[in-house]
Design a protein around this ligand. Structure first.
Ligand code: SF4
Length: 400
């Protein structure tokens, strides 16, 4: 074991590292500047247990109802060998699928023992790499489009129709992998479509609805980052097999129920921006020695440690709490409590509206006119005093 691996093992108290998945990797991009999170995730620390032990348990996760509904919708969409799914995806890409297409369930022969079996990974590698040459030479990168995570449910995009006569191919349950902080993490996209518009497309099936062409922006953004994880892993797979990684489109296909019915609708989501952020954060975690150099030598994230000791240990590593953490990190309630005296805990728009003053007590003192503040705070102080006057007028019903 290297000294870095040894140090990371000590940080998590000698316990096995928590396994990452696409959701947890996607969450890494939520707050890329946070050292605390980067160290804990690099070590594979058990953050839910840690949050529980320090008295701030995490409160997010999918309900059983949502999981069941999601599974039922996915089964419906994938029925009949994906015939309707292929039609939807091809229509959205604006291409002719070149026939009924082929359907390969890469999980069909899986033996018990978990998703990281070499057999399935090897089957996925071989099948996806074999599908690549047919697409080679027709790859093109979309140009002139702004990176966006908005679903495009309007007119279908125009793409290259298959020219080789080979039918489109759909791969169900592929097993991909990616290096996260020196550990190989296995990933399971819902589906990969090949030979459509000459490229591979990651297809994600989500049960949140698209109503009048619009979906919940937060859910679309989360699906976009998760899909970017799969795009990156698929590009690495093809590159390792000697193929052009740009054969994997950065336009992922999101399939959701339309309006309030269970009819599926396909949308394109451009994940180029998410890919950049993801790559940057994974590179940062790969340089884990730089991170560890900023962490006290006795830092521990062992959930079995004394709660007071753990709270002090966590506080010794810099964090960057923002309200977005509540939806993405198990330590959010601990970090929010810790940052309660800082305006950053209220979110960037509020902090900016408060003139960028960092401390809540200082904001209140400036608003009350207790002191004029530093010269560079003069404008913020005047605005805060005016806001305090308006509030007092509103509460008393008469102008001051
Ligand atoms: S909740 Fe805390 S540890 Fe997690 S990302 Fe936010 S600031 Fe960092």
């Amino acid at each position: 074991m290297t000294s870095t691996a040894q140090r990371l093992a000590e940080i998590r108290g000698g316990k096995p590292p928590r396994r990452h998945n696409a959701r947890t990797i996607a969450a890494l991009t939520g707050n890329p500047g946070c050292d605390r999170r980067a160290v804990l995730d690099s070590a594979g620390a058990d953050k839910p247990a840690l949050a529980e032990q320090v008295g701030f348990p995490a409160r997010f996760g999918q309900s059983r109802f949502a999981i069941t509904r999601g599974n039922a919708f996915e089964a419906q969409v994938k029925a009949d060998g994906g015939a309707e799914l292929l039609r939807l995806v091809a229509e959205r890409l604006g291409v002719d699928p070149g026939g009924p297409g082929t359907w390969t369930d890469l999980g069909a022969d899986d033996r018990p023992g978990g998703p990281d079996q070499p057999d399935r990974a090897e089957r996925s590698r071989a099948a996806l790499a074999a599908a690549a040459p047919a697409a080679r030479g027709r790859a093109h990168l979309p140009t002139g489009e702004a990176p966006t995570a908005e679903p495009q449910t309007g007119e279908a995009q125009t793409g290259d129709a298959p020219t080789s006569g080979e039918p489109a191919a759909l791969f169900d349950h592929p097993l991909l992998s990616l290096d996260v902080a020196g550990r190989r993490v296995h990933l399971e996209p819902d589906l990969v479509a090949a030979r459509l518009a000459g490229r591979f497309h990651v297809v994600e099936i989500k049960s949140f609805p698209v109503i009048d062409g619009q979906a919940d922006p937060g859910k679309v953004a989360a699906a976009a980052v998760q899909s970017a994880v799969y795009v990156l892993a698929l590009r690495e797979l093809l590159a390792a097999e000697g193929h052009d990684p740009s054969l994997v489109s950065s336009d992922v296909v999101l399939v959701c129920p339309r309006d309030f019915a269970n009819q599926p609708v396909a949308s394109l989501v451009d994940v180029r921006k998410q890919l950049l952020v993801l790559r940057r954060q994974l590179d940062r975690m790969a340089r884990v020695d730089d991170l560890l150099a900023r962490v006290p030598a006795n830092f521990t994230a062992d959930p079995a440690a004394d709660p007071d000791h753990l709270r002090r240990a966590l506080s010794s590593v810099p964090a960057r709490y923002a309200p977005d953490c509540l939806a993405a990190c198990e330590l959010a309630y601990f970090c929010r409590h810790e940052a309660r005296a800082e305006t950053t805990a209220l979110g960037r728009p509020v902090r900016e509206a408060l003139g960028g003053v960092a401390d809540v007590a200082e904001v209140l003192a400036l608003a009350a006119g207790e002191h004029p503040g530093a010269p560079e705070q003069a404008e913020a102080a005047a605005l805060l005093r005016a806001a305090a006057r308006l509030r007092a007028d509103a509460l008393t019903g008469r102008p001051s």
